[in-house]
Design a protein around this ligand. Sequence first.
Ligand SMILES: Nc1ncnc2c1ncn2[C@@H]1O[C@H](COP(=O)(O)OP(=O)(O)OP(=O)(O)O)[C@@H](O)[C@H]1O
Ligand SMILES: [Mg+2]
Length: 257
Amino acid sequence: VSGVPGTIEALEHEVGELRQKLAEAEQLAAVGLTVAGLAHTVKNILNGLEGSMYMIDTGLGKGDLERVKTGWGMVKRYVDQVSTLTRNLLSYARPRVLERRPLDPGELVRAAAALYADKAELAGIKLETEVQPGLPRVLADEEALHACLGNLVTNALDACTWDPDVDREHRIKLSASSSSAGGVSLQVQDNGMGISEENQRKLLSSIFTTKGMRGTGLGVLLTRRAVEAHAGRLWFLSAEGQGTTFVIELPAAPGAP
Ligand SMILES: Nc1ncnc2c1ncn2[C@@H]1O[C@H](COP(=O)(O)OP(=O)(O)OP(=O)(O)O)[C@@H](O)[C@H]1O
Ligand SMILES: [Mg+2]
């Protein structure tokens, strides 16, 4: 009775078609969210630039040089933000060709921690590393993974620095351990402000920032893109007011012990 409508075969065919439509709709929704987020970021920058121009105009009108200077400083910061945003958008649109070689995951984590040690110490945040011994190497582009860890550590530092719970002893832990899939898991764990459930939904699919003129909202998207180019996976766990853990899961290099 195959091929007759209402049979299992016909139903399977229909389910397959519906799945395809759902995947397409989800993709469209994600693109829509991203464009909306980008428009929002650009609008914020424009508002900021308008505010700075107003400062300069009124400063000039009153002959108030201090006001002109403040306005000019704001213009510089907003122009800086446009240039970071453009750079990030370009690397999102045209990812660099990966130069992959076997890398020690422990080294990656230690190098990233070393790079941010001063910044963390200055902010009174404890930055520690934990590396499980005997991890397999990962076949990866060193620069790309450094950028990924850098993005995640920067976010963790921000989450601790801007945490409304100022009495908490803030700490960030970078670790490398084996993943359940036989690969390697690189984690950046912080006990900063955490991410609200609403923002968690936006985070992996759109250009989204809560940092106003200090962020472009592309860090996590770029990180996810790079991790997926390494056949890996990026995911996170977060609780508002408690902290966040980001996990980069990478497969072990072929033939790695
Ligand atoms: N560890 C974290 N703790 C709390 N919030 C986070 C954390 N990581 C990301 N977020 C939230 O996700 C948003 C997006 O992060 P993402 O790194 O993509 O952009 P950004 O940090 O805002 O800007 P950029 O990275 O371009 O400077 C942040 O604005 C912040 O609200
Ligand atoms: Mg960021």
